[in-house]
Ligand binder design. Sequence first.
Ligand SMILES: [Zn+2]
Ligand SMILES: [Zn+2]
Length: 809
Amino acid sequence: MAPMPCATAILPAEGRTIRVRGLVQGVGFRPTVWRLARDCGLAGDVWNDAEGVMIRAWGRPADLDRFLRRLEEQPPPLASIDSIAWELSEECPIDRDFHIASSRAGEVHTAVVPDAATCPACLAETLDLSDRRYRYPFTNCTHCGPRLSIVRAVPYDRCNTSMAGFPLCPQCRAEYEDPEDRRFHAQPTACQACGPYAWLERFVDGGTEPQLFSECDAAEAARALLLGGSIIAIKGLGGFHLACDACNEDAVARLRGRKRRYAKPFALMARDLDVIRRYCAVDSQEEALLKSAAAPIVILPATGPDRVAKAVAPGHPTLGVMLPNTPLYHLLLRDMDRPFVMTSGNLSQEPQCTDNEEARHRLSAIADYGLFHNRGIVNRLDDSVVRVMFGKPRLIRRARGYAPAPVKLPTGFEHAHPLLAVGGELKSTFCLLKDGQAVLSQHIGDLEDAATLADYQKALSLYLALYDHSPEVIAVDMHPDYLSSKLGRERAAADGCRTEEVQHHHAHIASCLVENAIPLGTRPVLGIALDGLGLGADGTLWGGEFLLADYKTFERVGCFPPVSMPGGAQAVRQPWRNTFAHLEAAIGWECCKREHPELELVRTLESKPLATLAAMMRKGINSPQSSSCGRLFDAVAAAVGLYQDAVSYEGEAAIALESIADARALALEDGYPIQLRIQAPASGGLTTMDFSPLWRAILDDLEGHTPVAVMAARFHRGLVRAIIEMVRHIFERENQRLERIVALSGGSFQNKLLLEGVSHTLEALGLTVLTHSQVPANDGGLALGQAAIAAARLMASRHRPHEKVTSCA
Ligand SMILES: [Zn+2]
Ligand SMILES: [Zn+2]
């Protein structure tokens, strides 16, 4: 028993009040404190409040120190401590015991945490013949299980989740109420007696017929069917998957045809690391990612001794693989020595199904069977995607397992006003900013799809409620036609708040500054934003930008040369249009024909309606000028014969160009020449690039039948060198105004060769290079940058009330 821990006690004792901040609510923090405090012989209590967790503890100073040390070293697995601060207390404890007190009044900031993959203890129980949860597909505890995916409202209690319809059985209730149990206050806890169950249905002619598989057998039966070549729709944590045997060429091809997804690689799920290693190389960082509570899809080099079906990732040297994240998936993959395809359960372009009825309706034409369960998915969460590049994990899609964990805002944003940023049009997310932190939503998708837009609105309403958030300002992209911008404006008008327009590439750079903790008030850095398209401040389309930027403003000092996009959006879908436009701009089509009449590229382009296109470009009809890096990649990919006619998604041709680049050539070859085109300050001072030497070299290589892999390598090398030259030039010119920091953002920096080439060289030049890691470099990170910019401007305007803030409200 603890000594009488009071100032008047005979034993030496002191009291401390301890404040813990961070992700410490809803993750089993209080029971951990309770257990450690009792172990250390302390008296006192612990509770949640508006700022996190508060602890009052009495005991011998050495025991109190030991307690603090252990708390820091052994927090619950899903917690993330920002800080522990304590001070001496004059108070006396009420008794010798340590208590868990109920939450104190005040708003709760961090009530909902990300969904977490099955923890080792729950997995062991699920596979233990003698355990009462043996083969139970919904086993979970305080350290794992569904969270955001099942929440309907705050506070995060069972009655506000899709577990509301499953009253706890006496045994589960006893665990739930016992602070010593791993399931103390685990809201989704359940067992065979009281929880959800799974079953298998057969899809027949647009309908279903129930199968007579009991819940324990459903996963086993599904596995047998998959091995027999069937396609099965499986209800996961955040949505449905479509699964088939990844080594069955015929099944994978059938899935591609039925899903109408002809090119994008399929993700895989494998039982454990041993199975993954048979197909992929996995380093220690990738291993840690795979095994993390987020359990994302990790992009790995497909260099293992064994091969999956070719149709899984045609033309890709990598595979996206994840480990099982629920007991249902563990049961499905048990004893499986090869992976299953586990791709999102939808028709191409549509959002992933989450509801049973919807899945029966929409997936019965794709899948032969459905593995269902009756725990509702309230919030759709796609699988997150991560790739390790330049020594760090880089989130490409941030959803299940990561959202809604807050991003800590840098110094200076502590008193930022509550605001909402609505993100972009593609790979949409939104961001709530409040109390010095930013909550970035999960990846929602491309808003042009009506179902995705509806999902976006639903998620936004939920987040505003969960975080008790009423924005004072809504930050939107400058593009007037983005559905997110329209939605933001409508909401602002309805709520009587202001909108703040943010330029697309400025938002990219700000997002990179935020996640790298660059304090507000830092002098401008050089931001390089390379992506597909975004509306520029001058009304043209941008996408290859060099900006002097801080959180409030930016100045465009360099860019890729603007080139027409004949047919506008058509040019995004048909890469050959960009090849033509680039050749026309760089050397002139007539000259190109004259010099290379026999070239296959020239003959192929000649079969297209070039005269019409040329006239459109000349007259500026539906041929917007764009400095896009993405379109340059498209143009080069199509020139060397990759995806000439059409791509099925933006970036496909660029990804192919990266994938095919020859490693040896990358190390040895010189890059294609690209020169800077420097303007005098009098004529604007904007430095661009001259792509004509690049195109002449490409045409010469085509003429000389240079292998495509070598050409791809030369292009990457040349582009990296040109970017570095631009950086050197800008620093020479702007040295006085600039921090020696370069921030890299935009979807093009998901290209490993580009990211690593540019980062490596800039660091060698002694510059600090900021890159994305926890937030995607693509438009999925846009909302975070918009939020930071709007907050910075708002704070500046409130600070100096007479200064006008750039705003188009
Ligand atoms: Zn668990
Ligand atoms: Zn139970």
